[in-house]
Design a binder for this molecule. Structure first.
Ligand SMILES: Nc1nc2c(ncn2[C@@H]2O[C@H](COP(=O)(O)OP(=O)(O)OP(=O)(O)O)[C@@H](O)[C@H]2O)c(=O)[nH]1
Ligand SMILES: [Mg+2]
Length: 432
């Protein structure tokens, strides 16, 4: 019999209401002991929670009888007042009743194990919880609705059919039917291969949308980089001063730009310097710029705006001229962080770039996780290998079709479930 587990499912800390979820075979007994007879499933009732003769709280109780619950087990939900003392008293009572605290992601894991959720949908729940911007929310909801599950299941179904034909080619290898079956299996394999490759060849859109893109602001000292991050974030993220070399560390701010998550990084001004700390700042600036988009900010009013920049500075995604108010406007994008001139245009331009990088052109759901990409890569390798098999050895093609099927099945959790579950749920938060 599985343990009965409990956890705070709402956010930790003080709040109006806290939701404590209990799942497992002893959930009903625990609810009965604390709150009296169980209500009808899915009907909220107001109850006094009493343990050891002492009242814990007046709370809403919801009861979900197995298998019609999120986890597929008996589930009780207590909606208590969201203070620390109430929660602690309830946890103490639940522990005394022989229940144990849930591990991170354990509710979702049980839902998967009980066939209530497939893995891509479970991952979508984690993404829903983590979504910071409307675009991330849309993608997570879509995945939760099963867009990816359907796509991958569809391919797996086609692979199973292709495997059937390859098996037939083996069985009938002595008569003419075998050749036709082999050709059919091959053409199905090559179609699926194309579909998977098209899905993978998306510039990492879905993954980037989930994780957010990075924009590193680079430029010489005093160009106004810290002023720019403050203007974009609309708060004082970084220190601004007229002393060149003010910023040493990489300072980050997360922005929602038109629904997309952008992590902007302010960095040390790039120049030759004998100050070891500043030199380390410059090294960090350049290495941070390596993994995302870069914005080169230059002081257009300076005699030589690029003075001190190394020749091998990577080509930026965007070059912006600052200090237009001092006569620094140049061809291209010019702004003044002092007057705010041009800032709106720069924000719109950044938003367009994000949209271009993140939105899929068609209607197809985007690949959202490296885990999926890895499995799809294995399927591609197997299919390519299988397509090279000669017609008189259909068993080679069959074997590779089976490998591809297994790789795709792993995405939705159709195979190798145990090892996979550990991997997928370790990043979940407790109470999900
Ligand atoms: N006139 C004018 N001054 C500006 C403008 N933008 C920034 N400044 C000033 O330029 C100086 C340097 O600005 P910062 O934002 O600290 O420059 P930075 O690029 O972060 O400099 P480091 O951290 O030293 O690399 C400050 O005195 C700012 O007030 C602008 O558009 N016009
Ligand atoms: Mg600075």
């Amino acid at each position: 019999m599985p343990d009965t587990i409990y956890a705070l499912s709402s956010a930790p800390g003080r709040g109006g209401v806290a939701v404590v979820r209990v799942s497992g075979p002893r959930a009903g007994a625990a609810a009965l002991a604390l709150a009296g007879p169980l209500p009808a499933p899915r009907q909220a009732v107001l109850r006094r929670l009493v343990w050891g003769g002492i009242e814990i709280d007046r709370a809403l109780l919801l009861w979900f009888a197995a298998p019609a619950s999120f986890t597929g087990e008996d589930v009780a939900e207590f909606h208590v007042h969201g203070g620390r003392a109430v929660r602690e008293a309830l946890f103490t009572a639940l522990a005394a009743l022989g229940l144990r605290p849930a591990e991170p992601g354990e509710f979702s894991r049980r839902a998967v194990e009980n066939g209530k959720l497939d893995l891509t949908r479970a991952e979508a729940i984690a993404d829903l919880v983590d979504a910071e911007t409307p675009a991330q929310l849309r993608q997570a909801l879509r995945q939760h609705d099963g867009a990816l599950a359907d796509l991958y299941e569809g391919w797996r179904g086609r692979l199973i059919a292709a495997l059937g034909r390859a098996e037939a080619a083996i069985d009938f290898s002595d008569d003419g039917v075998g050749d036709a079956e082999f050709a059919a299996a091959r053409s199905a394999a090559s179609y699926i291969l194309q579909q998977i490759q098209g899905h993978m060849d998306d510039g990492g859109r879905g993954e980037a949308l989930r994780e957010g893109l990075r924009l590193t602001i680079l430029g010489p000292p005093n160009a106004g980089k810290s002023s720019l991050i403050n203007a974009l974030a609309q708060r004082d993220v970084a220190i601004v001063s007229d002393i060149p070399g003010t910023t040493r560390d990489v300072v980050e701010a997360r922005l929602d730009l038109g629904g997309y998550l952008l992590t902007v990084a302010d960095t040390a001004g790039v120049r030759q310097t004998s100050d070891v700390i500043e030199a380390e700042g410059v090294r960090r600036a350049l290495s941070h710029a390596a993994g995302g988009m870069t914005l080169l900010l230059l002081d257009g009013s300076a005699a030589n705006p690029r003075a001190g920049l190394p020749d091998d500075l990577p080509e930026p995604d965007l070059t912006v001229w600052n200090k237009a108010d001092l006569g620094g406007a140049r061809d291209g994008i010019s702004i003044s962080l002092k007057t705010g001139e041009g800032l709106f245009m720069l924000q719109s331009l950044l938003q367009q770039k994000l949209q271009h990088k993140l939105e899929a052109p068609g209607d197809a759901p985007a690949l959202t996780r490296p885990r999926h990409r890895h499995a799809l890569g294995e399927a591609v390798a197997a299919l390519q290998h299988g397509l090279a098999a000669p017609a008189d050895q259909p068993e080679l093609l069959a074997e590779d079709l089976r490998l591809a099927m297994r790789a795709i099945g792993r995405i939705n959790g159709r195979v190798d479930v145990e090892e996979l579950l550990d991997f997928v749920f370790r990043d979940f938060c407790i109470g999900k």
